[in-house]
Design a protein around this ligand. Structure first.
Ligand code: PGA
Length: 250
């Protein structure tokens, strides 16, 4: 089963209107990659304040724009929250749900993440569902158990328009990455669970790796079995570095 890889940049709480200059560089670079028939989709997930402007700038390009979170409901008295429909209306094509920083700092449970993923689908967005274990859980030999439970609780009903991002929490923003064999092991485990959950459609779900992906380690990580791209944090803020990661699929 050929799955077209995706390299998505998660800008987190970084970026002001002037950052559109960085997006413009990404658009030019992604266009050049496409011209060389690179087999990769490129996405930027800026803070919500920038989505509309970025979507206009990216229109007609090879760069998709995504959000970083959404509410489960489409409208209502939820001060400060943003509905998936609003992201879509602003020009987003996807949304990240259940990032470990949302789970940790906003107490998002698996059930809440699942409801957000369902909301993404309701609004016509791709849902990028994040899972990953802590260092203590890995050291305790519980990584599969934890990730398995997160998948069971967080995945939406349909495999279509669903992506999974495996992001070991201890690798996020630390410069540490798991050994490629551990990545292969976990992605294989996730693939099996997707098959158990979705049947044959589980084969079509892209599984991204995230956590300290950089230009210098992307080639090895992206060449790992069942790694269908990357969710990139810090390294996605600089166009050259981000494009070098997408460029491994050239
Ligand atoms: P990082 O973040 O690439 O800065 O480690 C990845 C993420 O949190 O999605």
């Amino acid at each position: 089963m050929a799955r077209r890889p995706l390299v998505a940049g998660n800008w987190k709480m970084n970026g002001l209107s002037a950052s559109i200059a960085e997006l413009d560089k990404i658009i030019v670079g992604a266009g050049a990659l496409a011209q060389r028939s690179a087999n990769v989709d490129v996405m930027v997930c800026p803070p919500a304040t920038l989505i509309a402007n970025f979507a206009v700038a990216a229109r007609g390009s090879n760069v998709a724009i995504g959000g970083q979170d959404c509410h489960a409901l489409s409208a209502g008295a939820f001060t400060g929250d943003i509905a998936a429909e609003m992201l879509r209306d602003a020009g987003a094509q996807a949304v990240i749900v259940g990032h470990s920083e949302r789970r940790q700092y906003h107490g998002e449970t698996d059930a809440a993440v699942r409801a957000k993923a369902q909301a993404a689908h309701r609004a016509g967005l791709l849902a990028i569902v994040c899972v990953g274990e802590t260092r203590a859980e890995r050291d305790g030999g519980r990584a599969r158990e934890v990730v398995g439970a997160q998948l069971d609780g967080s995945l939406p009903e349909n495999a279509a328009a669903t992506l999974v991002a495996y992001e070991p929490i201890w690798a996020i923003g630390t410069g540490l990455t798991p050994h490629p064999s551990d990545v292969a092991d976990m992605h294989g485990f996730i693939r099996t669970r997707l098959g158990a959950r979705f049947g044959e459609a589980g084969e079509t779900v892209r599984i991204l790796y995230g956590g300290s992906v950089k230009a210098s380690n992307a080639k090895e990580l992206m060449a790992t079995a069942n790694v269908d791209g990357a969710l990139v944090g810090g390294a996605s803020l600089v166009a050259g570095e981000f494009l070098a990661i997408a460029g491994v699929y050239r």
